[in-house]
Design a protein around this ligand. Sequence first.
Ligand code: NAG
Ligand code: NAG
Ligand code: NAG
Ligand code: NAG
Ligand code: NAG
Length: 292
Amino acid sequence: MAKDGDNSWKEYVWNPRTREFLGRTASSWGLILLFYLVFYIFLAGMFTLTMYVMLQTLDDHKPTWQDRLSTPGMVIRPKADETYEIVYNIQKTESWDLYAQALDNFLSPYNNTIQAEKNNECKPDQYFEQADSGEVKNNPKRSCQFNRTILEDCSGVNDRYYGYQDGRPCIIIKLNRVIGMLPGKDGQAPFVTCGAKRYKIGKDEWREDSEKIGELLYFPPNGTFNLMYYPYYGKKAQVNYSQPLVAVKFLNITTNEDVNIECRINANNIPIGSERDKFAGRVSFKLRINTI
Ligand SMILES: *[C@@H]1O[C@H](CO)[C@@H](O)[C@H](O)[C@H]1NC(C)=O
Ligand SMILES: *[C@@H]1O[C@H](CO)[C@@H](O)[C@H](O)[C@H]1NC(C)=O
Ligand SMILES: *[C@@H]1O[C@H](CO)[C@@H](O)[C@H](O)[C@H]1NC(C)=O
Ligand SMILES: *[C@@H]1O[C@H](CO)[C@@H](O)[C@H](O)[C@H]1NC(C)=O
Ligand SMILES: *[C@@H]1O[C@H](CO)[C@@H](O)[C@H](O)[C@H]1NC(C)=O
């Protein structure tokens, strides 16, 4: 019995009488392979064709699909590392010189001469719209000058250490680029305000460093992002775009203690980030200036 079973198994794998391999003749196997080959070539062809058609409909200069207007994120400079902590000792030059250098690098594209060469002098307080007329693309698009000297005491021109050396440091804030964003209606420009950040110190216990912040000075005045820098049309359409900046100078911040600060954007048509999206429209950081 066992031998019989053995034989039928062997015969199933290779039957010399009918010349079948695993129950099929060579031509049957050949047909199956051919079928799958044609099938996969067809699939690959379909995929390529779909991709090609998709790519044809995309516009190089503007994303086809974009979420509804959301609140843009904000970032600060100088950025020491991944955490936004600016800690230095006035007595130790090397501890703050790095921050001044980082700001020098960050601001060098905003040098007046460079801006004058690359960008337009625009009419302030109104959007600089350069719409395409239907299929006719209005590219490349011009951008507006943001001269470094607008930042006055925080421009690094008069005070090359940005106030770090005397405990009155400058922080520079920018809004992330959002294509097509019009951040304000009725001619009201968005502006930045900074204040104490509410932070948790224990279960249901919160604290604010309001008394430690001292007086603040904003550049340009009132911390506004002028409307003429919007809308932004994207990196390819607007090659020379310079993001507008706001600088905040801390005139009398408490030294030798951590001070937790939060800056936010105020605009009459973009909602402030909800609890769900903590980083939208605001940025927080820690500032600690040691004097001893
Ligand atoms: C920008 O101007 C500063 C002086 O204000 C100069 O040191 C720096 O080299 C300039 N940067 C560029 C890129 O021209
Ligand atoms: C920027 O600076 C350049 C050179 O000083 C000047 O010609 C230009 O008018 C300034 N632009 C604005 C918008 O102030
Ligand atoms: C960008 O800047 C360069 C000079 O650096 C200028 O020649 C060019 O015309 C500018 N392009 C646009 C679209 O503003
Ligand atoms: C700053 O804001 C105040 C009060 O809102 C206003 O009176 C003043 O004109 C503003 N200054 C500038 C330069 O926009
Ligand atoms: C600076 O702040 C301290 C309290 O932190 C206060 O006593 C002092 O009057 C302030 N100085 C000025 C010039 O506002």
